[in-house]
Each structure stands twice: as C-alpha cells, then as structure tokens.
Ligand binder design. Structure first.
Ligand SMILES: Cc1ncc(COP(=O)(O)O)c(C=O)c1O
Length: 396
C-alpha cells in the first residue's frame, strides 16, 4: 500500500532529539531529560477517595457524555478562582476545559492560523507547542530571550516584519526550557505591543504555582481590557498530567471557535478527571496542597542547585538563576560543541536535552542544555549531575 499522506503532515519531521530520548529508556542511564512532576507530588490518597466516592454516589455523571465546554461546576469554580486569585477573566471572557494545556495550543492554532501565518515565539520555547504550531504549517518566528523575558526590541522588529503574525506565544513564569520569568515591565510592554500591532497573546502558565523564591508577578491576562489574551492553565503540574485536564480563558467569540474545534477533536475532556479536579479543589485544602508542592520542590531544587554549584560551575558550566518551575538551563562556554557534549553525556549514562531542540530552527547553534530535577530520585539526581561534572572536567 502506498500511503498518501497529506501535504501538511508529510512535511513534519521527527525531532532530531528523539535519538537522544531513545537512550533515556535505558535503565542504566540517569535521565534528567523528562519534564514530569515528582512521583511523590501526586495526591494519590485524595484521588482514590474521590474516585471511590463519585463512583458510589453518582456513577452516571462520571460515565455519561458531558458538554464540550466542560463540567459546569469545574468551569464555574475555576472562573471564580482565577478571577479572585489572579484577576484573570473579564465579562467578555469565557472558560473551556480542555484535554491538557497542549490541546489549547492545538485548538488556538487551528482556529487562528491559515497556512503560512506566523506565530511569534520565545527562543527557546516548549517543543510540544512549537510542534503543534508547525503541524498547521504556521511559520515560527523566534524572539531571543533575555534574563527577564523576550527581548522587546526584537519582538517589535518581528511584529513590524511579520504582517501575517497571528499570535505571540509566551510562557511568562519559569519558562520551559530556560527557567526565565518575564518581568512585570516586560509583561506590560508585551501587552502594549500586541495591542498596537493587532495580534493575540497566547499566555501559557503551567508552572506559575511552583514559585520557589521571589515575588509573585501578575499574569498578562490580568491586564487584558481589550480581549487580546488567551490564558492557558493546566492541572498537569499540580495534580496529575495523566488526568489530562487543562483550560483556556479567552474572549467569548474566539472561545466559541475553540469549542467547535474541540467537538471535532475529542467531544469533551474526560469526565472522571474533570470531576476529580473539581472535588479536589473544593472539598480539600487546595492551597495547602500547592504549599506542600512548593516545599517538596524547594527541597529537591535546592539539592540540584547545590550539586550544580559543586560539579558544573567549577567546570565552566553556568546556569540561569532559578526561581521556580521544574527546569534548569545550563550553558557551556563559547566554542564548545553542545550536541557532541550531550551525546557524550549519554554514553556516560546521563541524559539531558540539547538546547537547540527548543529553537524555532533546530539547526541553529545553541550552547545550552536543559536539566529536569523533579522526575529523578534524589540519588539519580546527584549521580546525574556528578556524571555531567566529570564529563565537563574531562572535555572543557
Ligand atoms: C510550557 C508547557 N506548556 C504546556 C505543557 C503541556 O501541558 P499539559 O500536560 O497540560 O498538556 C507543558 C508540559 O510540559 C509545558 O511545559
């Protein structure tokens, strides 16, 4: 059979870094390449209790079809919660429950982009989203990152040069992969520029609740008086990614288009997991759970940072200041071949993600790699960073 794949999908290539991920499955390799929550962060007891209760008390709610927009009590609760806690959501907005944050990227691109339209992204940025934008044949325009977020001069240049820009994709808190948090000043500038040039902002905030140090910075969506921001939230990093519950808060006319697209994708998000999220937020102490997560990640990230200072920094590897989230972004000295370094790391049984995987053009040079500290055990974390330190000592 000759499979006649569509032009759109035919052009998609598997990522070059898949090669490296193959090694991560080897149990003798320490993987610092994932992005998963710590296994001990899951509220297992509470989810088991809620599951048993809802199956006993109202199994039909769990097992029956639901509305595409999402489970109404969860929508209502999240709307009030986000308004009160983050000043996110105006009367012109509405909320859609999605199958993870990832689905918001998909529905947004499908709703807004024609082939050849442009998505302006931070460079580097989250691969999952970049691949979604690519799958609609959107062209990616990267804007370099500075220590406090996107370079605003470069952003303005991109907006001037790209009349087909449809939206700016940003991860303002503890960005995946760089760990960078956008300053309040830049959030305001970004908003003003988007408004001036008539493009939307897609604000993706999976890590906002995992702030380990520093001051809270308001969401860009909290400034949205003009209906130009699509806010993306998710329970993946704070309850469970396996449950696949995320949400979009966006202006109603646009959200209605996302709803139509979702109908054709998966009808609605899994009812069981939506009800679990709602019960967990309303019948348990959700803020205490978030505080517990921050403490767990504070301890774990402190271990990683201590080992980075001990093993990498003396061997010429620097890393971005860490304030929260699940990643550390490490940079090799100029002139060092980063892909070769990451390949050699795998041969020495530690796997990290080469930074160019997160660029809008993977073939561009990059001197950085990403470490995840939340997934490995403490022993694996220590061992992995020691192996990287030894490698740096031998080759740099
Ligand atoms: C920046 C960013 N956005 C979105 C996602 C996807 O989240 P979800 O599991 O809710 O689809 C991730 C997952 O790692 C992420 O890092």
């Amino acid at each position: 059979m000759e499979y006649k794949i569509s032009d759109r999908v035919q052009t998609l290539k598997p990522s070059a870094i898949r090669e490296i991920f193959k090694y991560a499955a080897d149990p003798t390799v320490v993987s610092l390449s994932a992005g998963n929550p710590a296994p001990e962060a899951f509220p297992v007891k509470e989810v088991a209790e809620i599951s048993a209760r809802i199956m006993a008390e109202r199994p039909v709610d769990v097992l029956q079809y639901g509305l595409t927009e999402g489970y109404l009590p969860l929508r209502q609760h999240l709307t009030a919660y986000m308004k009160e806690k983050h000043q996110v959501g105006r009367d012109f907005d509405d909320i859609l429950i999605t199958s993870g944050a990832q689905q918001v990227m998909d529905l947004t691109t499908k709703s807004l982009c024609n082939e050849g339209d442009v998505v302006i992204c931070e460079a580097p940025s989250f691969i999952g989203s970049l691949n979604t934008f690519r799958s609609y044949n959107a062209r990616l325009r990267g804007v370099p990152m500075e220590s406090d977020g996107m370079d605003m001069n470069e952003l303005e240049r991109a907006l001037k040069e790209e009349p087909r820009a449809k939206f700016i994709y940003t991860i303002p808190n503890f960005q995946n992969p760089s760990g960078i948090t956008m300053s309040l000043e830049k959030r305001k500038q970004l908003y003003a520029l988007a408004k001036q040039y008539g493009v939307m902002i897609l604000e993706d905030n999976p890590y906002g609740d995992i702030r380990i140090k520093g001051e809270y910075i308001p969401c860009i969506k909290s400034m949205d008086e003009d209906g130009i921001v699509i806010y993306v939230g998710t329970f993946s990093k704070v309850i469970s990614p396996g449950m696949r519950v995320g949400y979009a808060i966006a202006p109603k006319p646009l959200l209605q288009k996302l709803v139509v697209c979702k109908q054709g994708a998966d009808v609605h998000t899994n009812m069981w997991s939506q009800i679990i999220c709602h019960e967990f937020m309303t019948k348990y102490d959700y803020e205490a759970h978030l505080a517990h997560l921050r403490e767990l990640y504070r301890v774990k990230s402190a271990l990683a940072l201590r080992k980075l200072d001990e093993c990498l920094v003396p061997n010429k590897i620097t890393y971005n200041p860490f304030e929260g989230g699940l990643f550390m972004w490490c940079t090799l000295p100029d002139g060092v071949d980063m892909p070769a370094f990451c390949k050699e790391a795998v041969l020495r049984k530690v796997c990290v993600v080469p930074g160019n995987a997160f660029l809008t053009d993977e073939s561009e040079p990059c001197q950085s790699f990403r470490i995840n500290y939340s997934t490995p055990t403490d022993e694996q974390l220590v061992r992995g960073i020691e192996l990287l330190g030894q490698l740096a000592k031998d080759v740099l």
